[in-house]
Every structure is written in C-alpha cells, then in structure tokens.
Design a protein around this ligand. Sequence first.
Ligand SMILES: Nc1ncnc2c1ncn2[C@@H]1O[C@H](COP(=O)(O)OP(=O)(O)OP(=O)(O)O)[C@@H](O)[C@H]1O
Ligand SMILES: CC(C)(CO)[C@@H](O)C(=O)NCCC(=O)O
Ligand SMILES: [K+]
Length: 274
Amino acid sequence: MSCSDRWLALSIGNSRLHWAAFSGNDLQQTWDTPHLSAADVQQLIATQFTKSAFHPSLHDNADGAHMPLWIASVVSQQSLLWQKYDAATFITLEQVPLAGLYPTLGIDRAIAALGAIAIVGRPVLVIDAGTALTFTGVDGARLIGGAILPGLGLQFQTLQQATAALPNALPAALPASEERVAPQLLPPRWALNTTDAIASGIIYTLVAGLQAFVNDWWQQFPASPVLLTGGDRDRLYAYLTATMPAMASKLTVEPQLIFWGMRSVRGESLKAES
Ligand SMILES: Nc1ncnc2c1ncn2[C@@H]1O[C@H](COP(=O)(O)OP(=O)(O)OP(=O)(O)O)[C@@H](O)[C@H]1O
Ligand SMILES: CC(C)(CO)[C@@H](O)C(=O)NCCC(=O)O
Ligand SMILES: [K+]
C-alpha cells in the first residue's frame, strides 16, 4: 500500500469522536478524542493531522496530499467544523444501500448496520451501547426497524441530575481483562443502600429489556447474529454474562462496526467513480 491509500474515518458521536486510520481496506489504528473546537480542527487541517500529539501513527504523513477524511456524524455542530476541508467526505443516508431507511434515521445506526452485514451477513441485529442505546435490525437489504433509549451512562446521569438526594452511582469500569467474567460487579437486585439500589434498578431493567428485544428478534429471525458495539459494550456484556449467560454466549461484541460500515461505503463510492 502506498501512502496515498491512507485515509481516516471519523465517527462523530454525542459523547466523543471515534477515529480510525486505514490503509486501503486495512484498519490500522483506532482511537477516541473529545469533541474538537474550531481552532483544533483548523490546526489539524493545517498540519495534516501530524502535529499536536494528535495520533502517533499519523506523524509520518508527509507526502503533501491532503489526507482523505470520511465523516459520519450525528452531531451537526461538530461536522460543520470540517466543511472547509477539501478532502472530507460527509456520509449521508443516500450512500447507504439499504431500503426502508426513514429520513431522520441516525447515520451511525445505518452505517453500523452496513458494517454488521459486511462481517456476518443478514439478517442481523445491532445493539449500539453508546450515549444512546439503540437497536437496529436489518434483513435482506431492508431496515426492519429498531429502538432508541438512554444509554447506560445517561441513565445514571439523568437520575442523579433530576433528583436532589441521589448520587451518580455508575459503577466504576473494571479493567478490560476482568470485565467479561465479573459477576461481582452486579449489585444485589434487592439492594440495601442507595448506590446499589440505583445500579440494581438501571442494570436489571436494562438487561431485561435487552433480553426482550433480542428474543423478539430471534422469533422473527431465528439464529440471526446479534452484535454489540459502542462505548458501553464491555460493561453491558459483563452484565449480560452475569445475569443471562446462555443469551450472552450467543451475542458477539464487535467494537469496530461503524468503521467496517464506513469502509463499505467508501468502497462502493470508489467503485462507482471508476
Ligand atoms: N473514555 C470514555 N469517554 C466517554 N465515554 C466512555 C469512555 N469509556 C467508556 N465510555 C462509555 O461510553 C458511552 C458512550 O459511548 P460511545 O462513546 O460509543 O458514544 P458516542 O459514540 O459518543 O455516542 P452516540 O451514542 O451518539 O454514538 C458512555 O455511556 C460511557 O459510559
Ligand atoms: C440515536 C443516536 C443519538 C445514537 O447515536 C443517533 O443515531 C441519532 O441521533 N439518531 C436519530 C434518530 C433515529 O435514529 O431515529
Ligand atoms: K454510536
């Protein structure tokens, strides 16, 4: 792969930015950053992503051509900052080859579904445990539908913000290595202190709801793969493993779905051009 095959994928979420460096179809690195200011973006463009400790893998990007940047955003104030960058491509629903998309569907959901299809085929159900938690189901080349609810972090935060006496009780994340086998991170369902009572209410309700959605999906599409992605994927998977191990064992955790989807969109677009 020559330097000119390098490109960046940027998924703009509600909490933060998710970046990937590709060489052609090979995903080389991923990293997250906070949302950026206009000045940050200007500097990244001016220095072609090489400066300001942005990301070490990009420090040798010195061949002069502007780095292609593919953007999928659900936060317009953040994507607007890139409007003047001549090498940016903004992915829209028109570029997603699925039928049945409704106009206000989040581009992240459509692209994650494409990514899922690319790696496991269809039908497939995607559960994105991000700022919002979403279910997105596709069969054939059609969106079947989905659902949106407050994500795990948001459920803890809103409860705290809207009540005078309740603390933010989101349990601390475990080190990644321990996370998938950590039943001790679950509070007792019948809690005897405030922190546990909040965690119990949110976590047991979330996993019960998730089970209901997944079982309904499997009634319609028996044995369909179900993929779990998003910033809370490991935490949620640990809760599921602890509460319903049989179901958890049939789910697949896939951190990079959005990037597999962006790679598909780019691939189709390059094919169409040539
Ligand atoms: N370093 C981190 N910074 C922020 N959130 C984190 C981090 N690590 C894990 N998380 C969890 O990730 C969740 C946000 O997920 P994610 O980063 O996928 O969301 P997003 O992509 O910004 O938002 P959206 O739902 O709009 O896609 C939060 O609820 C939080 O608990
Ligand atoms: C639900 C979120 C916030 C998840 O990131 C995003 O996909 C979005 O803003 N969606 C728009 C509404 C919809 O998908 O129906
Ligand atoms: K997301």
